[in-house]
Design a protein. Sequence first.
Length: 272
Amino acid sequence: MRLRAMAAWAMLAAWGGDAAADVPPNPSPNANPALVPAAPVPGPQAPDPTPPPPIATAADLGDFITGYYRSPRPDRLVEALVAADRLGVVGEGTLGPFSAFAGAVLREHPELIASGNRAMQGASTAGQVLWWQSVWTSGTPAALSALATAVGATAPVRDALEAMRAAPPPDPLLAAVGTPAQLDVLWASFFATGDGRVIVRIAAHLAWSEDADPQRRLVGEAARWSLRANAEAHPRVREVLEAAVAAGGEGADPARVRALLAEKGPPAAPPR
């Protein structure tokens, strides 16, 4: 799926991973239980000597991002950002989600900042802004120290650095949501962390789909479509929504969430 052909807000949701990746293989229903081997006792695992395939396409990049919370590979973050720049998918509509994802990873792994600084020196202007916005978004002491001494090679990078130094790092759980693009930022944060609070926050906007204000209605429709798409592709999303309903909504309308979860089949095309 070509990134540029998609509505910006729908980008991350439509990338979605394979739901089957969360489901362990089951033995044949006709198998003799006595012959089914018991699950091995977990123990130290030797590193897999087989290197992962390179992030060569936009689909590869989408798989890395949407599958990250299930199988974190922080060692591949810089590779993913370099690939995003090389593939030309860093732009106004994707900068926020990409930096939210990368910033969440860097928050847990600030040791990656040094290697990222080196790798992104040769990136395009857009790629360098993405890198520094990711560093800034992570908000760690190491990140803010690196940001304080960063020197931009071009005027847009220098302007972006100056703006970041003058403002506190964003918190996606606290930032106001007024556009579908800001839902993308929340989804990116979820894919990096698997944090269920992000899903509940998105679901809290379902009621906006019937708002009289066109902009709020668009946000509500985007929330609904992306939750439907990801509830199909990611069991974790469905689990969080079901738990929220059981707890009384936790900020989302339980009736709307129940109705969404009861729908069958893939969602309709995303609204524009």
